[in-house]
Design a binder for this molecule. Structure first.
Ligand SMILES: [Zn+2]
Length: 101
């Protein structure tokens, strides 16, 4: 009987338990599946805040504050495009201020 004596380092992923989600600013038009996303509330097509929530869903917020769930994107897309997380924010409001919205 041999017990495993180590865990691979990549099992020790950073915990996201403490934060409600991640967010980044996305200034250019957001093209998903060959189409430019527009806000259903006001028709904006650029300068989004992109949220990656704890359930791995993606939400978009336009400059006017309309939140829209984006089923065409997922956490894997977010991680590919967001780069390293530079800071966490205790509340979404503080995060938005940091990002200039
Ligand atoms: Zn809008």
């Amino acid at each position: 009987m041999v017990a495993p004596d180590f865990l691979p380092p990549d099992l020790r992923v950073p915990s996201r338990q403490e934060v409600a989600g991640l967010m980044m600013r996305w200034l250019q038009p957001l093209v998903i599946g060959g189409e430019v996303r527009t806000c259903p509330g006001c028709g904006a097509y650029r300068d989004w805040i992109v949220f990656c929530m704890r359930d791995d869903s993606i939400w978009l917020r336009c400059r006017a504050g309309h939140d829209t769930k984006e089923p065409g994107l997922d956490a894997a897309w977010y991680n590919r495009n967001s780069g390293p997380v530079d800071r966490f924010h205790p509340t979404p409001e503080e995060g938005l201020r940091h990002l200039g919205h």
